[in-house]
Design a protein around this ligand. Structure first.
Ligand SMILES: Cc1ncc(COP(=O)(O)O)c(C=O)c1O
Length: 445
């Protein structure tokens, strides 16, 4: 029987949640099946900077950071100070707030594609707004997409086009239960990196495509010229090009991937990191694409909330003041170097690489069927050493070189365990937790 006492309270809460909350968590990526259930913490009590304390009073270095929503560090003094001051002035007014205009002006300054902005409280919701605007602005229905874009019907309806159990994109294992089947065919996936495939899809649906929505990057650089090619195709077919920068925004550069790679879409979707932990999302874009939204029914009470606006304004200014792009580059490169050093010191095959704002470990294994076990053991053993991560890492500006060194030291110990397990042929015996599960597939590498 594995020793689960280290996370006993977390496990007890998770059991209680089963009877009270369908699916137990609000975000699929927060399910304990995403980590090493039995060893990983599930509930946190408090967080500050690069660390959190779980409900069992264990301390962790956090490399997940609210799935990217935290960028400056947990409970950042500047952002929290601005939010607390705003609470004293009123969290939401009867009238509109001038902060809406101030943030739109700041977004216009920092996001290359921004000329006008609409706000929401989250990323999926902002994508639904972007899809509505693209459809309304073009008078067409079809959206082509590549990536993960949230839970809404417009997007999840694509799941009807594939056998969910086939392992094929986009959402193996998650059925579109509750999504109207009549929407099937109104959003079609395309494979990231395959320009010819997108060209064929556009030709097959000539005159029907309202928007091309994509995560411009997830874990590797696009092939040279790819994003420019997508932009040309969008223009040639009069479709709105939408970058979903909910996950990749703000870290590579404050202006996101579009600034980093110098490709400006017509519209951009932002959320998560833009407000360092306060609910906020935005759709920004060119005047030509955004202006028609003034005649569309896109409206919600809490989109006028002042706290997200105050948090966003302060977060973006603090990213500028703290020299974020340079620091993320330094942190990401140092983390990859230290983990690669640990792999080579131990003599375990594999590498840590990918984009500097989200380095990922790929272990070299004799047999692909061992991957889920090896990855779960990594997550499990890192958790026991006070490091909360999965196979990739998202730093915040609160992470230090000391955090990186400590993480790499722990990783070296865990790599040695995995190497021993591989050599003895009994890796499985190191597994004290349930296997980690991939929640859904993304169409972008
Ligand atoms: C690229 C991308 N778009 C949209 C979303 C959905 O955002 P939210 O969870 O805030 O609704 C996510 C969340 O992971 C995302 O990664």
């Amino acid at each position: 029987m594995p020793d689960q006492s280290r996370v006993a309270r977390s496990l007890e809460l998770y059991r209680r949640a089963e009877a009270l909350i369908p699916g137990r968590t609000q975000l699929i990526s927060r399910r304990s099946s995403q980590f090493a259930h039995g060893a990983s913490p599930i509930y946190a009590a408090r967080a500050k900077g690069a660390r959190f304390i779980d409900v069992d009073e264990n301390e962790y270095i956090d490399w997940v950071n609210a799935v990217g929503a935290i960028i400056l560090g947990h409970a950042d003094d500047a952002v929290d100070g601005a939010v607390k001051a705003q609470i004293d002035r009123g969290s939401i007014f009867t009238l509109n707030s001038a902060l809406e205009i101030e943030l739109a002006e700041l977004l216009n300054e920092v996001i290359p594609s921004a000329e006008m902005a609409r706000y929401t409280k989250g990323g999926g919701e902002a994508n639904a707004v972007a899809a509505r605007i693209a459809r309304g602005a073009t008078g067409r229905s079809l959206i082509l997409f590549s990536g993960y874009h949230g839970w809404h019907d417009w997007y999840q309806s694509a799941n009807y086009l594939v056998d969910p159990e086939s392992g094929e994109f986009p959402f193996a294992g998650i059925e579109p239960i509750g999504v109207p089947a009549e929407l099937a065919g109104t959003a079609l996936p395309f494979v990231w990196g395959d320009l010819a495939g997108l060209r064929d899809l556009l030709r097959a649906h000539e005159g029907e495509v309202a928007g091309i929505m994509m995560e411009p990057i997830r874990s590797e650089l696009p092939p040279p010229g790819y994003l420019e090619g997508v932009q040309q195709l969008a223009r040639a077919h009069d479709a709105v090009l939408i970058f979903d920068e909910v996950s990749c925004g703000f870290r590579p550069r404050i202006g996101g991937v579009q600034e980093y790679l110098d490709v400006t879409p017509d519209m951009t979707v932002l959320a998560k990191a833009m407000s360092n932990g306060y609910p906020m999302g935005a759709v920004v874009g060119s005047r030509a694409v955004m202006e028609p939204a003034s005649r569309m029914f896109i409206s919600s009470s809490y989109w006028s909330d002042n706290l997200g606006l105050a948090a966003s304004l302060t977060t973006i200014r603090e990213l500028e003041r703290r020299n974020s792009a340079q620091r993320f580059e330094a942190l990401g490169r140092a983390l990859s170097e230290h983990i690669n050093q640990a792999l080579s010191d131990v003599g375990l095959g594999g590498s840590c690489g990918g984009m500097f704002w989200n380095p990922a470990i790929h272990l070299k294994l004799p047999d692909e069927s061992l991957r889920a076990v090896a990855n779960t053991i990594f997550i499990q053993e890192m958790a026991r050493r006070g490091i909360h991560c999965n196979m990739s890492f998202k730093a915040t500006l609160a992470h230090t070189m000391e955090d990186i060194e400590l993480t790499a030291q722990c990783a070296a110990e865990v790599f040695a365990l995995i190497k021993g397990g591989l050599e003895s042929g009994d890796l499985q015996q190191l597994l004290d937790s349930d296997l980690t599960k991939e929640p859904f597939r993304r169409l972008v590498r």
